[in-house]
Design a protein around this ligand. Structure first.
Ligand code: AGP
Length: 610
């Protein structure tokens, strides 16, 4: 996510904003910038790169400004370039804006503004806000100009605005993205989060969605979008900075597990029309004929992203009428796969920098294939090596163990599979509507699952000293068994193996004993009875069974030693739901074992070497 910070006070704004931007760095970003109100001009300095690059540019420049805005950008619309960095302003440099979020309806506004003669400099959605406010701002009431504009915006945003001729205030507004106000002595602050302000003040006012605040040196007035004034007492925040960066969670991984409802919701947002039963992926429109004429599909990735591709395979095969297979990128690239102009290759990668995935894609394109990528980092290398990219909007994933990016990949793969089926005429609008209504439920169901965390903590307390685990699943839960085993092994260092349950009697059953718990994923599908038999086989050899299921039946209650329930849902959503308890189990086992959960030993967030 982007980070925003605003200041109106008595101190030199430049140094204070640069310090605040350094505190925002942990959120992950690709560009940084600031705007200073210097006598009667708006000075803007911004560039792709790190805050230290920005500070270097400003080192020898002195300013008297005591009002300003700062921004760290996590690109969503438009690659990370100097011109796409924030703050954005209108062509007359009358207004400066910084923004965190996504303006869904920016395009019609941009076209309308361009027709009225506005000159746009960037490819971002955010720049539209500066032009809209400039049009409304008559030089006397910045609050009213902002209030009028934000009521017309759709999507998620936290913005801070300042005007060239108004050195005494900044106006901020919040809808769907976080924004807090800090109250100091003869100075007032705004920022995306509490940690950014803790070194300046501990008196915080948290804005709610649908609120605007006018910040002056000695006041912060809050209003709702209709202009009604809201009284709110400030809170004293005693967190230390690091705890605050994790928003009170003990680790980034746990914070990111709890961000999964938004990660899935933001990835789905604006990409379908439920009324018309349509999937809307404008990024791929130019490739309709390639999709229609495709004769073969490969999905390729590494690690957790590979398991997302494996899960998608089961769903896509039910939809599509052509051969499709999933291959680990490190194997795919050296196995002389069948590739030509009629092959579609889908590469999935959170970082977009994984060496094996990049190698696979480069080879596929050399051999004439069309490559679509699913990536979480805008402008990452993989996006430049692909014909088109469908971004997940999970926000920066700090923990090495991938969680929210995984669920966002599953959601993006659902959309892509439905889109390909729609383009190939394999899906009627009503069938699409049915799939979409279940997909739209996913964030709520994930949220409901997260409420069960305490039950999983108790389970972890029973099992955290075990040294071996077996995870079993069939059908689209086999990849989730693999993912559950990976989560456990990579953060707790316990030996954990994921297996197709049907493989049990072909080897793993030799391992069963009371000291190696077996986690079995059970869903009411065509292989339900077979999985029950697998559980019986494990129990018959004194194995301990933890069943994760969306359908507690009497026989399962009788068979399993422990049961974790997940909500029953359509197959589009099932893999996401079963992954969540396994993520939480791995997390709490590792926490009890005291490992370095966010940076596990020997692991990197992105494996940029083979
Ligand atoms: C997952 O928890 C691991 N961090 C790892 O397997 C990861 O999924 C893999 O390295 C792929 O990374 P990518 O999605 O950035 O390509």
């Amino acid at each position: 996510m982007c980070g925003i910070v605003g200041y109106v006070g008595h101190r030199p704004a430049k140094d204070l904003l640069l310090e605040a931007l350094q505190r925002l760095e942990y959120r992950g970003y690709d560009s940084a910038g600031l705007a200073l109100l210097e006598s009667d001009a708006l000075y803007v300095e911004k560039r792709a790169g790190k805050v230290r690059d920005l500070a270097e540019r400003l080192r020898d420049k002195s300013f008297r400004a005591t009002v300003g805005l700062g921004h760290t950008r996590w690109a969503t619309h438009g690659p990370p370039t100097d011109i796409n960095a924030h703050p954005h302003s209108d062509e007359h440099r009358q207004i400066a804006v910084i923004h965190n979020g996504i303006i869904e309806n920016y395009l019609p506004f941009k076209e309308e503004l361009q027709r009225r003669g506005h000159q746009f400099a960037s490819q971002t959605d955010s720049e539209v806000i500066a032009h809209l406010i400039e049009e409304r701002y008559d030089g006397s009431n910045l609050f009213e100009a902002v209030r009028t504009v934000v009521q017309r915006l759709q999507g998620a945003y936290a913005i801070a605005v300042m005007a060239r001729d108004n050195p005494n205030e900044i106006v901020v507004a919040r809808q769907g993205s976080p924004l807090v106000v800090g109250l100091g002595q003869n100075e007032t602050f705004a920022a995306s989060d509490i940690p950014t302000l803790l070194s300046f003040t501990r008196q915080m006012l948290v804005l709610h969605d649908g609120e605007i605040a006018v910040l002056r040196r000695n006041s912060a007035e809050i209003y709702d979008f209709s202009g009604r004034k809201i009284e709110r007492a400030p809170q004293q925040v005693d967190w230390d900075v690091l705890t605050a960066q994790k928003q009170g969670y003990k680790h980034f991984m746990l914070k990111e597990i709890h961000e999964q409802p938004q990660a899935v919701a933001h990835t789905l947002q604006g990409r379908y029309d439920l009324e018309r039963g349509q999937i809307l992926l404008p990024e791929l429109e130019a490739f309709r004929s390639k999709i229609q004429n495709a004769k073969f599909i490969y999905l390729t990735a590494m690690g957790t992203a590979y398991y997302a591709a494996l899960a998608a395979k089961y769903l896509w095969r039910e939809l599509l009428d052509l051969p499709l297979t999933v291959e680990m990128a490190s194997e795919f690239r050296y196995s002389k796969p069948y590739l030509n102009q009629e092959t579609l290759v889908i590469a999935i990668s959170q970082s977009g920098e994984t060496a094996d995935t990049l190698g696979a894609v480069r080879m596929a394109r050399e051999r004439g294939a069309t490559v679509f990528s699913i990536v979480n980092v805008v402008g990452a290398t993989l996006t430049r090596e692909s014909d088109a990219t469908l971004y997940t909007h999970a926000g920066p994933e700090i923990g090495v163990a991938s969680t929210k990016a995984f669920l966002a990949q599953l959601a993006a793969l659902d959309l892509l599979g439905l889109y390909i089926a729609q383009v190939r005429g394999k899906l009627s609008p009503s069938q699409t509507q049915e799939a979409l209504s279940s997909l739209a439920q996913a964030p709520v169901l994930i949220e409901k699952l997260l409420q069960q965390e305490q039950q999983i903590v108790q389970l972890a307390q029973i099992f955290y000293q075990k040294e071996h685990f077996l995870f079993l699943g069939r059908d689209l839960l086999y990849p989730i068994a693999l993912e559950g085993a990976l989560k456990l092994k990579e953060i707790s260092y316990i030996h954990a193996e994921g297996y197709a349950a049907g493989e049990l009697k072909h080897g793993p059953i030799a391992l069963i004993d009371p000291d190696m718990p077996t986690i079995v994923l059970v869903t009411k599908n065509s292989v339900y009875e077979k999985v029950l038999s697998n559980i019986q086989e494990v129990r018959a050899r004194r194995g301990v069974v933890i069943a994760v299921t969306d359908d507690v039946q009497r026989e399962l209650e009788h068979l399993a030693d422990f049961i974790l329930e997940v909500p029953a849902a359509a197959r589009w959503v099932t893999p996401m739901l079963f992954a969540v308890p396994l993520q939480l189990f791995a997390y709490h086992v590792a926490d009890l074992r005291g490992t370095d959960i966010d940076q596990p030993r020997n692991l990197a967030k992105s494996v940029t070497v083979e």
